[in-house]
Design a protein around this ligand. Structure first.
Ligand code: 13P
Length: 253
């Protein structure tokens, strides 16, 4: 199932960091360093930073997206961001179901599935995040959790989409999944995906790894047959680290 070549994809999830001047500077640095990136690259800034990032990235090979998307296209939903608003800001991607939103905003598997459809409806590609917590792993529930999250996210059969396996215990902790753990989870996701959408379609989907990815560990991870790139948090705020990590994707290809 690994014979299909998948172009590596690297996302930079800026989370709730930076203000406009910092976002402009980081965007400029990245545009300067990544004129011919070895992977498809997409940045995920907070909503107020999107116009600044869009202005700097316009005409570059770098794309940008939203960190979240509401299931409705408009309405009385204070504090939320809609698909049309993201599309209007030039976004081409939207994160769906990041574990910090599942944890802090109670997002269910079914809601994540509706968000993926809202993204597609507005011309955006959802990058659907999933992954087990430490206690779920310790209890031997990892595969059951991943299967449940995937079934929920794909219930409405969104397309296109990409997946990001982000074990919660690895996010922001400095504790990265070992290559064995990452490959086992990614392989499981691809096999489960094949049951849902067919083997050929599953073989063409990108499955990113996220969780303390850094310049020291990405080479071993991108070499794995079912790892197709990275969703990077902390290291994506450092232009040197982030561009180095993108360069590693090219060396593996
Ligand atoms: P870190 O790279 O900071 O661990 O964050 C990962 C993440 O949550 C990306 O979405």
């Amino acid at each position: 199932m690994t014979s299909i070549s998948r172009r590596p994809l690297v996302g930079g999830n800026w989370k709730m960091h930076m203000v406009g001047t910092e976002a402009r500077e980081l965007s400029r640095e990245l545009v300067a360093r990544l004129d011919q990136p070895a992977a498809e690259v997409v940045l995920f800034p907070s909503p107020p930073l999107l116009p600044t990032v869009a202005e700097v990235l316009a005409g570059s090979p770098l794309a940008w997206g939203g960190q979240d998307i509401h299931v409705e296209d408009a309405g009385a939903y204070t504090g939320d961001v809609s698909g049309p608003q993201l599309a209007d800001a030039g976004c081409t991607w939207a994160l769906c179901g990041h574990s910090e939103r599942r944890r802090d905003h109670g997002e269910s598997d079914a809601l994540v599935g509706q968000k993926a459809l809202a993204a597609n409806r507005n011309g955006l590609t959802p990058l659907i995040c999933l992954g087990e917590t430490l206690s779920e792993r310790q209890n031997g529930d990892t595969f059951a959790v991943l299967e449940r999250q995937l079934n929920g996210a794909l219930a409405g059969r969104p397309d296109p989409f990409a997946l990001a396996y982000e074990p919660v215990w690895a996010i922001g902790t400095g504790e990265t999944a070992t290559p064995e753990i990452a490959q086992e989870a990614h392989r499981f996701l691809r096999e489960t995906l094949a049951d849902l959408i067919g083997e050929a379609a599953a073989g063409a989907k990108r499955i990113l790894y996220g969780g303390s990815a850094n310049p020291q560990n990405v080479a071993d991870l991108i070499a794995l047959p079912d790892v197709d790139g990275f969703l990077v948090g902390g290291a994506s705020l450092d232009p040197e680290k982030f561009s180095t990590m993108i360069g590693c994707c090219g060396e593996a290809a």
